[in-house]
Design a protein around this ligand. Sequence first.
Ligand code: FNR
Length: 377
Amino acid sequence: YGAGLRGVVPTLPVDFATLEQRARAALPPAVLSYLQGGCGDEFTQDENARAFRHWGLTPRMMVDCSRRNLSIDLFGMTLPTPLFMAPVGINGICTQDQHGDLAAARASAITGVPLMASTLSNDPLETVAETLGDTPGFFQLYTPKDVGVAESLVHRAEAAGYKAIVVTLDTWVTGWRPRDLNAANFPQLRGHVLMNYFSDPAFRKLLAKPPEEDPAAAIGAWAATFGRVLTWADMPWLRSLTKLPIVLKGICYPDDARRAIDEGADGIYCSNHGGRQANGGIAAIDMLPGVVAASGSTPVLFDSGVRSGTDVVKALALGATAIGVGRPYTYGLALDGAAGAAHVLKCLLAEADLLMAVNGYPTIADVRAAGAVRQHP
Ligand code: FNR
């Protein structure tokens, strides 16, 4: 506000709705439909954001909020804020140079907001990790069918210094995404190089020729090995791969949260993939309280539908430990690279911080203690 009074206009909008309008006007259709699109008629995707509206925060007065502390503890680390960048595959599509993953990592380094690096990145996980600087990162695993490739990816992530392995459960096959299908968008996405696979020694052993010589065959081999169907029986194997904390992404049901913890998960990630995988589901934020109650002292990470700092505070009030965003930061990335993504993250944090100041929550513990109330259906 101070800068605004001095006539400084931000280069990108500070709210999601205007940012999305800008993205709609500025981005190539293939990029926009990939980032913006969801599953089916996008009912669940829309519900994810809309459902935040029926949760209300309760202000507390006469509390000294002149200083706020937004830090959280997660997996033995103290992180400066509760926000993280959710894993987004093929971030390379967002920037002209196809190094969108490095731009996302730079945004993480600038803001201190951790990045969950996707298995499907266009830059190798080691280069992404180096670009993060001192900001901790997490590695998201799409578990390949080939055991050797799966093990190699996890071991590389551990060696590169990532702080947790986030196993995505809901995407062994891609959901029904009409925007991509109608636009035949997948061939364009296929032009992007899947560097975690192409650089992987175990994956390269599966190929007759190196990916540099025969990219089409490498893409075919990738498609053949992508997408192991995981069951609870795989948990001991997953556990045996790493000493890092294992987070299971896509848990939206309390019984699944309990089972995951019984089977050795260190973190639960309540998410419906931003409505990109299954349509017709309940908004993720409405599933969060049950998942939190079932998870006891195990941290619950959350994403799907977070569009503002207010949403961040609401998800914290409903018991999430850390809050992720996907589409908001990718629009920033696609519109203005690392600076754009950093701008979006800073706006989310600034709004959350101001709301905590006005509402009398000096710390995240105070946000949790205040809770949120369901105000109307
Ligand atoms: C995703 N998401 C995702 N998740 C994952 O585990 N691995 C991945 O590679 C991807 N790729 C991906 C691409 C794009 C373009 C989007 C928008 C999303 C899902 C992501 O991690 C997160 O769950 C959602 O984006 C959260 O919802 P919002 O914030 O987009 O509403």
